[in-house]
Ligand binder design. Sequence first.
Ligand code: ADP
Length: 300
Amino acid sequence: RVVVVGSANVDLVVDVPRHPGGGETILGGDLRRSPGGKGANQAVGAARAGGAETTFVGAVGHDDSADLLLASLERGGVRTDLVARSAAPTGTALITVSPDGENAIVVAPGANSDVAIGAAQRERIAAADAVLAQLEVPLDVVLAAARARTRGVPMILNAAPSRDLPAELWTEIDVLVVNEHEAADLAGAGADAEMLAGALLARVPAVVVTLGGDGCLVAERGTQDCGPALVRVQPVRVDAVDTTGAGDTFCGVLAAALSRGATLPDAARLASAAGALAVTRPGAQDAVPSAAEVVALSEG
Ligand code: ADP
């Protein structure tokens, strides 16, 4: 059983010939509206691609966007009974995409600022075998979720988007998942993924650095006798169509595998196959593959 604590956003996406400057108006293509938000994406990743019984703890408003998100979560097999309804509008990401595929994104957090860990949420987290969070909701929510878990259950933090973490949160993290940019933001300078991961091992027992089309790096603290263990997980070769949601699918599947007691390198191999499948399809939650596809690709 996995509990994912985090954001739910509706993504409003428009293709533009170039991103507008200040004071400028630009005509773009047709508006696309799709379910997103790191928390909701990762919950669908854990449930659908990871095959784990998954609860999403988040908040939405009372609007059409809320209906769209709840329907997508339920279609993905996620339990939504602990999603709160806020008076604020559902979180919304305004995304423009230029012809070279570069995104410019503004997020209006709305209801995501009202996610709370109440008694019911604490109880579900205490019964979980893995807890997964990101940084699109208030830090005190992430901390409360971490503290509600049962001793020994892994707390997995995807430290995205980048922000400084308070000392009391650092000490709760069992597995930190970051891409190279986020790793550099947290670790300061570092020439490569190995050095960044090594620096982060001073603060957390295990780190996974995702490397896009280059796979990922798993780093775990060593014992007294031997130094840190570094495992490079090679990428699965695919034709990339849309990289949106790859990192979120990766995190969801990683948490699902860890909840079943997989080792971190094994969990990362499965997550990497899931991330690769996600980039072959457009969208975020819509691009999440099934658990059977993930297992088939990782064993292929
Ligand atoms: P983020 O979107 O958070 O920056 P990444 O782009 O690193 O995350 O993607 C997460 C994981 O998904 C990678 O570690 C890799 O396993 C897989 N992945 C992403 N892009 C590709 C790709 N082009 N080909 C194969 N696997 C990919």
